[in-house]
Write a protein that binds this ligand. Structure first.
Ligand code: NAP
Ligand code: ZN
Ligand code: ZN
Length: 351
């Protein structure tokens, strides 16, 4: 199926209209008419080739909400007309120990990304949600039960939501736990909302003085401007868990030193340039851990979506037409977005 999309032809060219081919609906496939697509910082890292191994043309977008337009003969999970979501994965091997444990994001041969993923035997890459439609195996299609007027704001849950939910659950954020969230961007603002909803005492860390008041509205119990050394020192050795979502290289020690005995800091940001090497002494004297986490499994993503629908949790968004994507990237780089851009995909269809 010929499908309208927006693509980067090279890392240096602005995104522009491009027509892609979507596969015919196979027996296990769901065809989705895309309504909204969130704009993740990973989209920007990808189209600018800030990470190695990016293929062009690149069609980004992995926070997809849409309506099912067709289903294959063997599909049982989704029906035509249903509102569904697609996140960062569209396939995995389904047989390795990680897949068997519903941890497709840690698939041993590697999951297939919604964009820049390998298309088996074809030497092509997958194309993401900056497009009018997508065809995805039903296993990787989620049910979205938010109210109709919340669907645009629910789109970022498919990446920003699950990427913060999964480590918060794994490291047991909840009542009695002091949890830090570093960087109040797309991921970070969801981290604050989710950690708060899970019952933790939440401290937000930001480099932006202008976000101090806002972070409280998002659910932070305390807010620290991380550039202020005295404010930081007041929290030394007190955190159970810190979720670090920062998209740029920075000093990790200023945060690991805030962990208490056996505390952990998990990195989810994937900056273009490496962080300065963290201090080992800072880790070993309090048996602190430094960890990483990538998105979340499909079952866990459905649990997160259902939790958010039940608790009325969505992202704080600014809706844009597809044509404004370059301005959106420029503002994202200045941390000038509260807190996620979402593309109204009608604007692509109309173009
Ligand atoms: P974003 O909306 O741009 O937010 C990043 C935030 O980091 C900014 O809002 C800013 O918050 C802070 N920040 C930016 N530059 C900084 C600097 N130089 N020093 C300190 N703080 C800085 O990005 P996002 O979409 O949330 O994505 C964040 C990162 O996670 C990206 O690298 C992305 O690729 C990665 N990611 C990873 C996964 C995964 O599965 N692990 C999934 C999705 C995204 P303040 O203004 O509050 O300081
Ligand atoms: Zn993402
Ligand atoms: Zn696997």
């Amino acid at each position: 199926m010929q499908t309208k999309a927006y693509a980067a032809q090279t890392p240096k060219t602005p995104l522009a209209p491009y027509t892609i081919e979507r596969r015919a609906v196979g027996p296990n496939d769901v065809e989705i008419d895309i309504l909204y697509c969130g704009v993740c910082h990973s989209d920007l890292h990808t189209v600018r080739a800030e990470w190695p191994g990016i293929h062009f043309p690149a069609v980004a977008g992995h926070e997809i909400v849409g309506r099912v337009s067709a289903v294959g003969s063997d599909v049982t999970k989704h029906k035509v007309g249903a509102i569904v979501g697609v996140g960062c994965m569209v396939d995995s091997c389904r047989t390795c120990p990680s897949c068997a444990a519903n941890l497709e994001q840690y698939c041993e041969p590697g999951f297939t990304g919604t964009y820049n993923g390998h298309v088996s035997g074809k030497g092509e890459n997958t194309y993401g949600g900056y497009s009018a439609a997508i065809v995805v195996d039903e296993h990787f299609v989620l049910s979205v039960t938010h109210k109709e007027d919340q669907l645009a704001a629910a789109a970022p849950l498919l990446c920003a939501g699950i990427t913060t939910w999964s480590p918060l659950r794994h490291w047991k954020a909840g009542p009695g736990k002091k949890v830090g969230v570093v960087g109040i961007g797309g991921l970070g603002h969801m981290g604050i909302k989710l950690a708060h909803a899970l019952g933790a005492h939440v401290v937000a860390f930001t480099t932006s003085e202008s976000k101090r008041e806002d972070a409280r509205k998002l659910g932070a119990d305390e807010v620290v401007v991380s550039k202020n050394a005295d404010e930081m020192k007041a929290h030394a050795g007190t955190f159970d868990f810190i979720l670090n979502t920062v998209a740029a290289s920075h000093d990790l020690d200023q945060f690991t030193s805030l962990l208490k005995l056996d505390g952990a800091m998990t990195l989810v940001g994937v900056p273009e340039h490496a962080h300065p090497s963290p201090s080992v002494g800072n880790l070993l004297f309090k048996r602190r851990s430094l960890a990483g986490s990538i998105i979340g499994g499909i079952q866990e993503t459905q649990e997160m979506l259902d939790f958010c629908a039940e608790h009325n949790i969505v992202s704080d968004i600014e809706m844009i037409p597809m044509q404004d994507i370059e301005q959106a990237y420029a503002r994202m780089l200045k941390s000038d977005i509260k807190y996620r851009f979402v593309i109204d995909m009608e604007t692509l269809k109309a173009a």
